[in-house]
Design a protein around this ligand. Structure first.
Ligand code: ZN
Length: 462
């Protein structure tokens, strides 16, 4: 069998832990937190010490030496101190401490990259201490016995032993047995009250041939629909999503009526508030799962068919501040759609074009190119006053996106993006290959690269 692409992929399964196993995972997660908080305190203390020394006029060379922020450096510091800081250290796997130290190394790197402009996107704050109550318990294993049992219903992890899966791991097991996958790490974590194990796996994939390698498709994410295609197809939201969203709204109202914590008065939350909060978190997770599942089915299908797929580069972080639930779900789905398409198009030998954030895909008439000055979000139908075209708002936007890629690939003028809504002619511009924030190799600090999405083209205004 020919191997065309080697990719890093995640397989995630729900777990059924026994109370004893749950305690073991929690104590490992706690150990990771202790290492994280200890190392963070050390880093901060050294920074403060050096600042104080500088204020006394001590020369740079005479200052207390900085401690390294890389994972190996933090690990060395921890290993030198663990007997004193955590005399119980031998009770937990070294991987537990490594999980915490790795998280800190990444956090420090993100902060410094963000400060020096190496990292795009929103400013990243300096890492803060982790609290037992507020952090998500997790532990990651990178070495030792990590395997899926032949029955495909159990996994074996170092120290934790044999854990029962809530669902079959056959998809991963098949690949492991065929020798086309190697497990690089396994992370056990609790998401919204439910335990999962996520395997980071290096997979040899056979590159598929596209059904329509030269076809271009524009995809727009809708509020009422899961997605809208430039072919005019409106894809409905997954079944039960509406019900799940309604449940979120109801639980959010209920939570607001309970007695929550208050920092100023030091008031503790009531038990009923805690319960309502857990229920709301689970409901939110269900909405996200339904949506993600629907998007996975969609993106798998699209990426195996079209040679070029165009989506918009929206300011997802900014949009997520919108308080309307439906809007927020759609926006979150947008980020997910782009992420999935980025790697799935790469697996299939196609490519993803991301239109510039300022390209007025909604405001432009897909028939004659007239750009409207204004288009309210409530206007669900696009009516062109120049040529009289009437079309669903999202289909119109999707068609414009598809047209953008056609120009990018056929004409020598390059792809296009008008800045601002009053631009009627389309200026030419170069096609830039850009690495998006979050897709950069994270392997610098850790032992395992994470979130390995692909590079993709970005159409840019000049
Ligand atoms: Zn028109």
């Amino acid at each position: 069998m020919a191997i065309d692409v080697r990719v890093v992929q995640a397989y995630r399964f729900a777990l059924d832990l026994t109370p004893r196993q749950e305690r073991a995972v929690l104590s490992h997660a706690g150990a990771g937190r202790v290492a994280y908080n200890w190392a963070l305190a050390r880093v901060k203390a050294v920074i403060q010490q050096r600042a104080a020394e500088r204020s006394y006029g001590i020369a740079e060379s005479g200052l207390t030496p900085m401690i390294g922020w890389s994972l190996p450096a933090l690990r060395r510091a921890w290993n030198a101190a663990k007997r004193e800081v955590a005399p119980w250290w031998a009770e937990c796997s070294k991987e537990a401490f490594n999980t915490g130290l790795d998280a800190l190394a990444r956090g420090l790197k993100s902060w410094s990259d963000s400060r020096t402009g190496k990292r795009a996107g929103r400013r990243v704050g300096f890492p803060g201490f982790k609290s037992r109550r507020r952090s998500t318990p997790s532990v990651r294993f990178t070495t030792g016995a990590i395997r899926v049992e032949p029955d495909r219903k159990h996994v074996v992890l170092p120290r934790l032993g044999r854990l029962k899966l809530h669902e079959s791991a056959r998809k991963l097991a098949r690949r492991l047995e065929a020798g086309t996958a190697r497990i690089m790490s396994a992370t056990v974590r609790r998401d919204a009250g439910r335990w999962h194990v996520a395997f980071t796996v290096e997979v040899d994939r056979v590159e598929r041939t596209l059904a329509r390698p030269h076809a271009v498709l524009g995809v727009d994410v809708g509020v009422k629909h899961l997605a809208v295609l430039s072919t005019g197809t409106l894809l409905p939201n997954p079944r039960h999503l509406e019900d799940a969203a309604r449940r979120v709204r109801r639980l959010a109202r209920r939570l607001s009526r309970r007695v929550g914590p208050d920092r100023r008065s030091g008031r503790q939350p009531s038990r009923r508030w805690e319960r309502a909060r857990r229920q709301l978190a689970r409901a939110h997770a269900r909405v996200a799962n339904l949506r993600r599942d629907g998007l996975h089915k969609l993106t798998t299908r699209l990426a195996s068919e079209y040679g070029t797929i165009v989506v918009e580069d929206l300011n997802v972080a900014g949009m997520l501040r919108n308080r309307r639930l439906a809007r927020r779900i759609a926006d979150a789905g947008f980020g997910e759609l782009r992420r999935q398409l980025a790697y799935k198009t790469k697996w299939n030998g196609g490519h993803l074009v991301v239109a510039d954030r300022w390209y007025p895909s909604s405001k432009t008439c897909s028939a004659c190119g007239t750009v409207k000055a204004k288009l309210a979000l409530s206007e669900r139908t696009f009516t062109c006053i120049t040529c009289g075209m009437v079309l669903d708002r999202d289909v119109n936007a999707a068609r414009n996106l598809a047209a953008l890629a056609c120009e990018a690939t056929t004409a020598g003028s390059g792809p296009v993006a008008g800045r601002g809504a009053d631009r009627k002619t389309r200026p030419g511009g170069p096609v830039a290959v850009k690495r998006q924030p979050g897709t950069a190799q994270a392997g610098k600090t850790g032992t395992v690269p994470q979130g390995g999405t692909a590079d993709y083209m970005l159409t840019r205004a000049n």
